[in-house]
Design a binder for this molecule. Sequence first.
Ligand code: HEC
Length: 138
Amino acid sequence: MTHVSTLAAAILAVVLPAAVQAEPIFDKIKIEAGAKLFDAECHRCHSPDADRQSYGPPLENIVGRGAGTYPDYDYSIALEASGIVWTPAALRAWMEDNTGFMPGTKMRHVGIEDRTVQDFILAYLASISDRDPSEISE
Ligand code: HEC
């Protein structure tokens, strides 16, 4: 028994620090991949900078923001009246099929069904938002 627990402690001592360190690296890679995907799929219509208007509303601080609440942007009635909050789940549904999720939106259809791609874009959007997605209910 002592042997087993000593062995277990030895294994944990080796494995744990690596696991703890790996977490931020994974996050960094997800954010970098998400930034590239954002550039390819969203940037032409959305600025990641709250001070810069584009064809669509800026997406800085979008995680946890009420839909249709960026000041001075001319939203569709559908989006403005939706009353939803941009939780990670709502952002996934939006990326997957925005026009199905919210008929009447003026954002052209995007159909990002791959959950990993959604994850990366979400990680990037969270990195440009003040709120932590884990604190927002799905
Ligand atoms: C062709 C232009 C275009 C592309 C590409 C585009 N969007 Fe949009 N997006 C818009 C427009 C226009 C609106 C406003 C829609 C409305 O008022 O109904 C919008 C609205 C949004 C909103 C709601 C913002 C708010 O303030 O409530 C989110 C979130 C969003 N887009 C995310 C994305 C993401 C993520 C991508 C990339 C995967 C993307 N969009 C790609 C044009 C675009």
